[in-house]
Design a protein around this ligand. Structure first.
Ligand code: ATP
Length: 247
């Protein structure tokens, strides 16, 4: 597998509490990996360490072979993210937001790149509208456009469809699938929607209390563990992590 993200023996300790307890995983090019787990499992902590926002207690994170701790700016130059809690400034228009972030990411030929993304995400009519006035679905499309400004090789999507109606969510999944297949992007995707995970993810990691307990194809994992659906498996992992980890 051509690896975009390599996480090795990653730990994060907050005082006495271990939020991430020695996880190792990879995300390949053209691959969408689901990071699943109950509330408090350690998903956001993991994503924040990959983004260089939080310092790991120990372990290593490499993006395209570059270490996030020792070669931070080069590792993060080919990375981007969206998260429901990281909304774009609502008083800036769609275009102003894309220009602002494009300058931060030092995007070359920024006007051309913005024009491309406005078309790709069907945002041309909203170009001069303040982001705070857009619907949740429209804001998600702007967030994705922002996340693609620097043509990332690694995309971290923290619940990208959380506030979307089923039709808008399907549209976003189709866009992400297409760019993963076409542009060689690797995606780490967190979601609490098991239907979505089966629909969009090539592989899923189940995190519980900071450990990866299960890993595999979300379409076949339930059967492999004697469950009818991914949701049943999720609930079993969340309730009985020790039993499942020993199976
Ligand atoms: P959710 O699905 O609810 O977003 P999550 O899987 O993203 O949950 P994290 O936010 O990564 O979980 O939290 C993992 C654990 O670390 C939780 O027990 C949380 O209370 C704890 N934690 C997170 N941030 C801190 C912090 N700054 N100080 C102390 N504990 C923290």
């Amino acid at each position: 597998m051509d690896t975009v993200l390599a996480v090795e023996a990653l730990y994060k300790r907050y005082g006495a509490a271990l939020a991430v307890a020695g996880i190792t995983f990879r995300v390949g090019r053209n691959e969408i990996v689901g990071l699943l787990g109950p509330n408090g499992a350690g998903k956001t902590t993991t994503i924040n360490m990959i983004l260089g926002v939080l310092e790991p207690t120990s372990g290593s994170i490499r993006i395209e072979g570059r270490d996030v701790t020792t070669d931070r700016s080069r590792a993060l130059a080919c990375t981007n993210f969206t998260a429901v809690y990281a909304t774009l400034p609502g008083n800036l228009t769609v275009e102003q937001n894309l220009r602002f972030f494009g300058m931060i990411y030092d995007v070359r030929q920024l006007s051309d790149r913005i024009a491309e993304l406005l078309v790709q995400f069907d945002l041309k009519t909203f170009r001069n509208v303040k982001c705070g006035l857009l619907s949740s679905g429209e804001q998600t499309r702007v967030q994705l456009a922002k996340a693609l400004l620097n043509r990332p090789h690694l995309l971290l999507l923290d619940e990208p469809t959380a506030s979307l109606d089923p039709s808008a969510a399907r549209e976003i999944r189709a866009i992400i699938r297409e760019l993963t297949a076409r542009d060689g992007v690797g995606v780490l995707w967190t979601s609490h929607n098991m239907y979505e995970v089966q629909d969009v993810c090539d592989r899923a990691l189940f995190l519980s209390h900071g450990h990866i307990l299960l890993e595999g194809d979300p379409k076949t994992l339930p059967r492999e563990h004697g469950k009818a659906t991914l949701e049943e498996l999720f609930i079993a992992v969340a309730r009985e992590p020790l039993t499942l980890s020993l199976e």
